[in-house]
Design a protein around this ligand. Structure first.
Ligand code: EPZ
Length: 435
């Protein structure tokens, strides 16, 4: 039993199970310094690339997340030796020729589709299941498969199982993506890095994580140019090797802690960040009335003044406002005076935090891809459920600024993307514990 707001609730009511959650006593200003974790969305493709490159790779600043653990289990199932020493993961993929990934491993993490290009590039074969949709909506991979087919790969799709075999690869090929898909860009890079031929990707994704993957591959002997722009040129090479590499900072985790600071009227220094990757997020927090000051690898944020609503936020591919920050900013805007509007252009179902925020007293109206948020004076603690990774982070941010006690359950979603979030937030004054 737990007292939440003015009610006493049984955490295990309903189906009697309680998937584990965070108990948060809101209303405490966050103050102090947070060292921001390595980027989940860079470490995952880099771990896949460690299979492609062979040899031993030492990957530093690799966050301790359940998604990274899942990626290491896939590598082990392919015959690699993986071990973690603190924030360093050592992958030895020499002498392995595995090409099949079990359904149980694939179902742990949607983004494991990025292993497709790496396994195919290394062995010429790949067999894996792809369960498709997830919390954010259908997760199509048509762009991945179309590109690989144009690169000569024979793909048989049978009830969610992909059976792929490399074929004759064109000496030169131009691939134009109909939308700048992060995963499709990564899969093409991973498949084309090793072997003959030049591949040019037009309308490639420009996310910083793409550049990080290209940097890792080039350090392993690949020849990739143009990453960070929308035209990437990959010249296949005869062989690759392992290397030592440091994963870039997680810009979404950094933005999440900015949200926690804004929601509690706090003052934080975020260290180990790359502010140049965060301009669109920083400008939104500035517009809300926060003081945001980047300096070298640190970012200072303070929220001394009452928050103001911001004009329309539209999520777009990088360098626009990132969809992954949208739920977190929505949670902060719930208490910003005035009316804010968010348009979610990337995923079909990315307002999963909204119904849970309403339980805390938020005023949010959803109309298709548009959310209209009327700022309220106070949010009240409540028992809420995370329904996806960033929605869970958003509810945590809202609970930190709410009056009273909240319980955010389905903690496994949050653990996919945040390294011991309760330890990090407690270190800067939050009253938060894992149950
Ligand atoms: C990556 O997902 C990230 N995941 C996501 O972060 C992020 O939200 C997304 O990029 C957009 O920035 C990882 O890097 C592991 P996309 P990805 O391919 O690669 C459509 C998080 O919270 N599409 O750029 O799956 C797709 O449906 C996660 O950390 C197709 O239609 O994103 C979506 O609407 C969530 N066909 C849009 O493109 C395809 O073949 C963007 O998808 C591929 C994608």
């Amino acid at each position: 039993m737990m007292k939440i707001g003015d009610r006493t609730v049984n955490l295990a009511e309903g189906d009697g199970s309680f998937a584990g959650g965070l108990v948060i006593e809101g209303g405490r200003r966050l103050e102090g310094e947070i060292k921001v974790q390595g980027a989940k969305n860079s470490s995952l493709p880099v771990l896949a690339a460690a299979y492609l490159c062979g040899g031993e790779s030492v990957i530093h600043n690799c966050p301790a997340l359940s998604d990274c653990y899942a990626a290491c289990r896939i590598l082990s199932s392919l015959g690699c030796r993986c071990k973690r020493e603190g924030s360093t993961v050592i992958v030895d993929s020499g002498g392995t020729e595995g090409f099949s990934v079990s359904e149980s491993l694939m179902s742990k993490m949607r983004s494991s589709i990025v292993f497709l290009g790496a396994i195919l590039g290394r062995t010429g074969r790949c067999r894996l299941s792809f369960p498709g949709g997830c919390e954010l909506g259908p997760r199509p991979i048509d762009l991945h498969l179309d590109a690989l087919r144009r690169l000569g790969v024979r793909i048989i799709e049978d009830h969610g199982v992909l059976d792929c075999t490399s074929g004759e690869r064109p000496f030169h090929i131009d691939i134009t993506l109909s939308l700048p898909s992060v995963g499709a860009t990564e899969n093409i890079m991973l498949y084309c890095a090793l072997g003959e031929g030049e591949t040019v990707i037009y309308n490639a994704a420009r996310e910083p994580e793409i550049a990080d993957l290209a940097e890792y591959l080039n350090r392993c002997g690949a020849c990739i140019r143009g990453h960070s722009s929308s035209t990437i040129v990959i010249n296949g090479v005869k062989s690759l090797h392992g290397c030592s590499f440091g994963v870039m900072p997680d810009r979404i985790a950094a933005a999440t802690y900015m949200g926690a600071c804004a929601a509690t009227g706090g003052e934080l220094v975020l260290s180990g960040v790359s502010s140049k990757d965060m301009y669109s997020c920083m400008s939104v927090f500035s517009e809300m009335g926060c003081g945001v000051y980047p300096y070298l690898d640190k970012l200072y944020i303070s929220a001394k003044k009452p928050l103001r609503s911001v004009r329309t936020i539209r999520t777009t591919p990088y360098p626009g406002f990132p969809t992954d920050c949208q739920p977190i900013v929505m949670a902060v805007l719930c208490r910003a005076s005035g009316t804010s509007m968010i348009v979610e252009n990337i995923f079909e179902n990315r307002f999963m935090a909204a119904p849970e925020l309403l339980k805390m007293g938020a005023d949010i109206k959803l109309e298709g891809r548009v959310a209209v948020i009327e700022g309220v004076r106070q949010l009240l603690g409540a028992r809420v459920r995370a329904k996806d990774l960033r929605a869970g982070a958003a509810l945590t941010v809202a609970a930190l600024g709410a009056q009273g006690t909240s319980v955010v359950s389905n903690l496994h979603f949050i653990d996919r993307g945040y390294e011991s979030i309760e330890t990090v937030l407690s270190s800067v004054g939050a009253s938060i514990k894992r149950v």
